[in-house]
Design a protein around this ligand. Structure first.
Ligand SMILES: Cc1cc2nc3c(=O)[nH]c(=O)nc-3n(C[C@H](O)[C@H](O)[C@H](O)COP(=O)(O)OP(=O)(O)OC[C@H]3O[C@@H](n4cnc5c(N)ncnc54)[C@H](O)[C@@H]3O)c2cc1C
Length: 444
C-alpha cells in the first residue's frame, strides 16, 4: 500500500510529493492531464507548443527556488532575468520600469525618484499615500479592513485620480492577477506588495528558458520517481474513498488506490467537487465550498518575426491585451516570433470564438505601438474556466488551511491559506505545509 497518494501534479502536488518522497515516504502522485505541471504546464496543442499562460518568476520568491534547486534544477539555466516591465497606454505614452534594485539599480531607483511619464507629481504623491495606507492597514490588521474594499474603492478613498487608476493600477492588478481594480480585493494587492516590500532588495522578474513542464515540472516529477515514488498521468481521481471517519484512498476510473494519507492538491473547482461528493457541506468545509472561482484566458501566437524588440512583460491597460510578452528569445525559441497574451475580460473570452479574439487583439495591437495581423502564422486560445479562486473582496476568510479535521485528508493548492495568494510561490508553500501536516500525522 502507498503511504501517501497526492491528487494533482501542479506545483502544489509536486512539492508535497517531492518533500514527502525526500523524507523516505512511499508516494503515488496521480494527475488528470496527460502531462504534469497544472497551471505551470506546457504542452503540444494540435501541433503548436503552448503553455497555460505567460508566467513570470519573481525574485522575492524563496520556496519555489529552494524546491527547484533541491530537485536538481539549475536556476541559472532555467531562468532568464528580464528585470523590466513596460506600460503602454493605448494611443498614448509608454513607460519602462526597472524591477530589480540589484541588477537594474538606476532604472529601478528612477521609478521612484524620476519625473515619471504617466502621471503628474501631485498624482504620484497621492499614489504613494495610497500604497503607504494599504501597507499600514495590512501590517495592522491583515485582511480585516482591506478585504472589504476593492482596489478601485480604496484608491478613490485616498483621492487617487481616475487617470492614475487607469494608467498605473489597472496594469498592476490586471498584470498581477488578470482582473481590473473594481473586481479586485485591496487585500490581495497589499498582501502581495507587503511580501515584496519585505524582500525588496531581491526583487526582479525572470522568464523561463523553455516550456515550464520541460524546465520545471518534469524534472521535479523525475526526482519523485528517482526517490522511489510514482507519478501517473492521464489518471483523474473521481472520488475520495471514505471508510468510517477517515479518508483511505481515491478512485481513479474503476480502480481503488488506497493510502494512509491523501493530499488533495487539485485546483479549487475539482477539490470542491471531490470534497462535496465525499462529505456534503459540513462546518469544516463550508468556507472552502463557498469560495468562488474565476477563469483565465490567453492568446498565444506564432509569428513570422518578433512582434516586439525585447522579451519583457508589458501591460496594455484598457485593451484586450492585459499583459503580454514576446517570447521568441526566451521561452519559445524554435519559431521566429512568439507572443503570449493574457486577455482582459476572461469571462467574455470563454464565450467568444478564437477568430473573434484574434481579430480584437490584432485591432488593439497598433494602439499599443506594434503590428500583428500581417505576421501571424498560427495561434491558440487557452482558457482555464475554474482554476483560480476569486480575488474579489470577502474571499480571504473562506480559504481553508491545509490541515483538515478529517483523518487521512490534507489539502494543498494555491487557494489554501498562505501569504502568496494565487502564485507559483503560494502553490509551493501550500505543498510544503501539506507535506508537514502529513509527516506529523504519519508519525503520530
Ligand atoms: C495564465 C496564467 C498566468 C500565471 N502567471 C503567473 C506568474 O506570472 N507568476 C506566478 O507566480 N504565478 C502565475 N500564475 C499562477 C500559478 O500558475 C498558480 O498559482 C500555480 O501554478 C497553482 O498551482 P497549484 O498546484 O495550486 O494548482 P494547479 O497548477 O492548477 O494544479 C492542480 C492539478 O490538479 C490536476 N487535477 C485536477 N483535477 C484532478 C483530478 N480529479 N485528479 C487528478 N488531478 C487533477 C490538474 O490537472 C492540475 O494539474 C499564472 C497562472 C495562469 C493560469
Amino acid at each position: 500500500m502507498n503511504e501517501v497518494v497526492v491528487v494533482g501534479a501542479g506545483l502544489a502536488g509536486l512539492t508535497a510529493g517531492y518533500r514527502l518522497a525526500s523524507a523516505g515516504v512511499r508516494v503515488h502522485v496521480t494527475e488528470a492531464r496527460p502531462y504534469v505541471g497544472g497551471r505551470t504546464a506546457s504542452w503540444d496543442e494540435r501541433g503548436m507548443k503552448v503553455e497555460s499562460g505567460l508566467h513570470r518568476y519573481i525574485g522575492i520568491y524563496s520556496a519555489l527556488p529552494r524546491l527547484m534547486q533541491d530537485a536538481g534544477i539549475d536556476l541559472s539555466k532555467a531562468l532568464i532575468w528580464e528585470d523590466e516591465v513596460e506600460i503602454r497606454v493605448p494611443d498614448g505614452p509608454s513607460a519602462l520600469y526597472g524591477a530589480s534594485p540589484l541588477r537594474r539599480p538606476f532604472r529601478t531607483i528612477w521609478n521612484v525618484a524620476g519625473p515619471g511619464k504617466l502621471c503628474t507629481p501631485g498624482e504620484r504623491a497621492r499614489l504613494g499615500a495610497f500604497f503607504a495606507a494599504g501597507l499600514l492597514h495590512y501590517a495592522a490588521s491583515g485582511s480585516t479592513v482591506l478585504d472589504r474594499h476593492t482596489v478601485r474603492d480604496f484608491a478613490k478613498s485616498k483621492r487617487v485620480s481616475d487617470r492614475t487608476i487607469e494608467r498605473i493600477l489597472v496594469p498592476l492588478t490586471e498584470g498581477l492577477f488578470f482582473y481590473p481594480p473594481e473586481r479586485y480585493s485591496a487585500y490581495v494587492l497589499f498582501a502581495l506588495l507587503a511580501q515584496g516590500a519585505k524582500r525588496a532588495l531581491r526583487s526582479g522578474v525572470a522568464a523561463f528558458s523553455g516550456g515550464m513542464t520541460e524546465v520545471m515540472a518534469d524534472p521535479i516529477a523525475e526526482r519523485i520517481r528517482a526517490l522511489g515514488g510514482t507519478v501517473e498521468t492521464a489518471a483523474a481521481a473521481t472520488s475520495l474513498i471514505v471508510r468510517g471517519d477517515r479518508v483511505v484512498g481515491i478512485t481513479v476510473r474503476d480502480r481503488e488506490i488506497t493510502a494512509k494519507e491523501v493530499v488533495l492538491a487539485t485546483s479549487l473547482a475539482p477539490a470542491q467537487e471531490l470534497v462535496r461528493k465525499a462529505f456534503g457541506i459540513q462546518s469544516w468545509n463550508e468556507g472552502m465550498l463557498s469560495l468562488k472561482t474565476m477563469p483565465s484566458a490567453t492568446l498565444q501566437l506564432e509569428l513570422e518575426r518578433p512582434a516586439l524588440p525585447v522579451d519583457r512583460g508589458t501591460f496594455g491597460p484598457g485593451t484586450s491585451l492585459s499583459a503580454f510578452t514576446e517570447q521568441s528569445r526566451t521561452t519559445f525559441t524554435h519559431v521566429p516570433g512568439r507572443l503570449s497574451i493574457i486577455l482582459s475580460q476572461a469571462e467574455l473570452r470563454l464565450l467568444q470564438r478564437p477568430e473573434e479574439i484574434l481579430e480584437e487583439v490584432c485591432r488593439d495591437a497598433p494602439r499599443l505601438g506594434f503590428e500583428l495581423k500581417s505576421i501571424v502564422r498560427d495561434y491558440r486560445v487557452i482558457t482555464l474556466p475554474h482554476d483560480f479562486y476569486s480575488l474579489t473582496p470577502g474571499m480571504e476568510a473562506l480559504r481553508p488551511p491545509q490541515e483538515t479535521p478529517i483523518a487521512g485528508l490534507t489539502l494543498a493548492g494555491d487557494y489554501t491559506r498562505q501569504n502568496y495568494l494565487t502564485t507559483m510561490e503560494g502553490a509551493v508553500i501550500s505543498g510544503e505545509h501539506a507535506a508537514a501536516v502529513v509527516t506529523r500525522r504519519l508519525n503520530g
